[in-house]
Design a protein around this ligand. Structure first.
Ligand SMILES: [Zn+2]
Length: 489
């Protein structure tokens, strides 16, 4: 990540101030206030009922599982979870909002005052404060591409459970905002409260952006930026918007308080509509739902049941396995990768070697094939056995990598691949001498230079022999036999 603050890039003394609002879809089987199933890409308007359609007389009932997941997120983010919170109606008119209001939480949210440490480039940034975390329901979806010149409405998503997480404006560059979001997403995935799939809309981010002179604490006019659907779009949109505001101010203009839509095709933000003030929504307490009361036992159970969180795992990997912090971070990117690494480390004498194989060859293959390391069909104990063959000298590192790829292609264990394909290291001196002889015969000029004192050419000859053996010759023995053969006529 090399994005600088755009203000800094332009050489103009402004700093960027960013706060994020993140909507996260909770991983529940059913909706927030009714029994309708939650599923992505179901045929439009098939997952609906009188409650989520807002038909007269239908009454909402709170999904307890959704509340429990929200509490889990709140506790992990260090928030104060309020034993009593309340639902409110946020009123607005939009075609995809069948009731004419959204049930959310307003002045009495589920949780407040948390924080999350988001290591920024260069470090040193204090933890990002989380202002609030509350539960609410999603709206439906307008489909603009189904019918020509007509907008269609799909209400399958209406009523799907969400948490909204609001940060304080503690982020000071697009890179920092991105680092925060990466860590937040990772944390929510560890907690298994959401699948955080940005393409499917289960993690959506809006940002409040303003710029000000460094050291100034006055609140500058901010804009809200929407429609950033990936990490890279987030970085680009924030950089563009901050830069646009600096240009406006430097040109003697003023920033308007408005909502900006990021257009990824043009690579620019454009005004969407005047920002609704809070009172425009005419919030009032939801009359159909009682106060949300959380038994103390629930908060305790959730707290006790929290999994090891990303930063805890990183710390443990550094302490237990002696890994560098960066490597521990790579291996803790998600729980499955971390579990795969740990199982491999247990199957080998040296955890650092296990870390190198998982971070190197396994992640490379995973990227090539677009499959998670845990889905490549390699058991950690088999990877451990392969590493052992390399470490004890039965295979060169190059051969080991070949064996690994064949293991993935064939699904066979390491030793079977080595036996069947004759991939074990050739240490047979006669065979090696034959390759050595060929290499010497084929390169008379180099032989002469070597004998005239150009000893670094030994590496050239080793390369020639290794190529003839297709990586199977024992490199130590090759060096030995070559040095001997080159020294004598
Ligand atoms: Zn429903």
């Amino acid at each position: 990540m090399s994005e600088e603050s755009p203000a800094k890039r332009k050489g103009i003394p402004h700093e960027t101030v960013i706060g994020l609002e993140i909507h996260v879809q909770l991983k529940t089987a059913s909706k927030m206030f009714c029994g309708c199933r939650v599923a992505f890409a179901a045929p439009p308007n098939t997952l609906v009922c009188p409650v989520c359609l807002g038909l007269p007389g239908a009454l909402p009932v709170v999904n307890e599982r959704a509340v429990e997941l929200a509490v889990r997120a709140a506790v992990a983010l260090g928030c104060t979870v309020h034993p009593r919170s309340a639902f409110a109606r946020k009123n607005y008119f939009y075609p995809d909002l069948p009731k004419g209001y959204q049930i959310t939480q307003y002045d009495r949210p589920l949780a407040t005052d948390g924080s999350l440490d988001a290591p920024a480039e260069g470090g040193g940034a204090p933890p990002v404060r989380i202002r609030r975390l509350h539960v609410e329901e999603d709206s439906g979806k307008s489909l603009h591409d189904r019918f020509p010149e007509t907008t269609a409405i799909d209400l399958n998503r209406a009523g799907v459970p969400l948490v909204e997480i609001v940060t304080e404006p503690d982020l000071h560059s697009p890179a920092h905002a991105r680092a925060f979001l990466v860590r937040l997403k990772q944390t929510l995935e560890y907690l298994e409260v959401s699948d955080c799939n940005m393409e499917e809309g289960s993690l959506r981010v809006d940002a409040n952006v303003s710029v000000r002179r460094p050291g100034s604490h006055e609140l500058a006019t901010k804009t809200e930026v929407k429609n950033m659907n990936s990490f890279s779009q987030l970085s680009k949109a924030l950089a563009f918007e901050a830069s646009r505001q600096v240009d406006l101010l430097e040109g003697g203009g003023a920033v308007e308080h408005e909502t900006m839509l990021w257009d990824p095709v043009r690579g620019a933000t454009r005004p969407m509509r005047g920002k609704e003030e809070a009172h425009d929504y005419r919030y009032f307490p939801e009359p159909d739902l009682p106060t949300l009361v959380l038994p103390e036992a629930l908060i305790d159970t959730v707290t006790d049941g929290l999994p090891e969180l990303p930063w805890e795992k990183i710390r443990r990997f550094v302490q237990t396995y002696g890994l560098r912090e960066y490597d521990a971070g790579v291996l803790s990117a998600d729980r499955r990768l971390a579990a795969f690494f740990e199982a491999t480390a247990e199957a080998t004498p040296d955890p650092k070697t296990a870390a190198n194989w998982v971070m190197g060859e396994m992640l490379a293959i995973s990227n090539e094939l677009g499959q998670h390391v845990a889905e490549l069909g390699i058991e950690p104990v088999e990877l451990g056995r392969l590493i052992d063959r390399v470490e004890t000298g039965a295979l060169s590192h190059t051969l080991g990598k070949q064996v690994l790829r064949r293991m993935i292609e064939t699904g066979k264990p390491a030793d079977a691949v080595i036996d069947e394909e004759g991939l074990s290291l050739v240490s047979d001196s006669d065979q090696i001498d034959e390759w050595v002889g060929e290499a010497i015969r084929e390169n008379p000029a180099e032989v002469e230079r070597y004998r005239d004192g150009e000893e670094k050419l030994l590496a050239f000859f080793i390369g020639q022999v290794m190529r003839k053996s297709r990586g199977k010759a024992d490199p130590e023995r090759v060096r030995d036999r070559l040095a001997r053969a080159l020294a004598t006529d």
